[in-house]
Design a protein around this ligand. Structure first.
Ligand code: URA
Length: 210
């Protein structure tokens, strides 16, 4: 099995993440940077996908050439901030199937409340890549993965941009079989569950709300 936590410390990822953290970075640039980083995260999270040989005919001759094995991947965006990662990952894996899990965080309890769930059929036969930029308390991520497992998913990976140690620990406890891919692990959560130093509210920053 893959490591439980992979920090994608590629210099391009780190440089782009620094630009995203700056509070002066405007919405359009924030979104573009997230899309660019998501390509590089997608590259890492798909590194171990299995291949099979297929016969193809080049203009010169027939050959055996590798293609991805099995059913199309499923990308699951945890709304709404997951969509910022989804756009970029879909550019790299355009034939992937896409699902959405809508959970909001109750401001008082910090516990996740489900309001939407729509995922592709046949999750049990697909590699499922779950997308949420901020792994903070880990409560909503763990709850989303509970739902995906109930829907049949077995090979699940989790991709985020930033992770707090608290969220990593929560995920490891709830879903030790789900490897996490992140661009950085930050210091801690503040009293209202935001990641420090973090980058603020990812959804607000990518959509210009608030
Ligand atoms: N969600 C965010 O968007 N930012 C955080 O810091 C924590 C959760």
């Amino acid at each position: 099995m893959a490591e439980h936590l992979t920090v994608v410390d590629h210099p391009l990822v780190q440089h782009k993440l620094t630009l995203m953290r700056k509070k002066s970075t405007p919405t359009g640039q924030f979104r573009r940077l997230l899309r660019e980083i998501s390509h590089l995260l997608a590259y890492e999270v798909t590194r171990d996908l299995k291949l099979v040989s297929k016969t193809v005919e080049t203009p010169l001759q027939e050959m055996q050439s590798p293609v991805l094995k099995g059913k199309k991947l499923a990308l699951i965006s945890i709304l709404r901030a997951g969509n910022g990662l989804l756009d970029g990952v879909l550019e790299l894996i355009p034939s992937a199937r896409v699902g959405f899990v809508g959970l909001y965080r109750d401001e008082k309890t910090l516990k996740p409340v489900q309001y939407y769930f729509k995922v592709p059929k046949g999750l049990e036969d697909r590699t499922v890549i779950t997308l949420d930029p901020m792994l903070a308390t880990g409560n909503s991520s763990a709850a989303a993965i509970d739902l995906l497992k109930k829907a049949g998913a077995k090979d699940i990976r989790f991709v985020c941009l930033l992770a707090a140690p608290e969220g990593i620990a929560r995920m490891k406890e709830a879903h030790p079989d789900v490897p996490i891919y992140t661009a950085a692990v930050d210091q801690r959560l503040n009293e209202v569950g935001y990641i420090l130093p973090g980058l603020g509210d990812a959804g607000d920053r990518m959509y210009g709300t608030r």
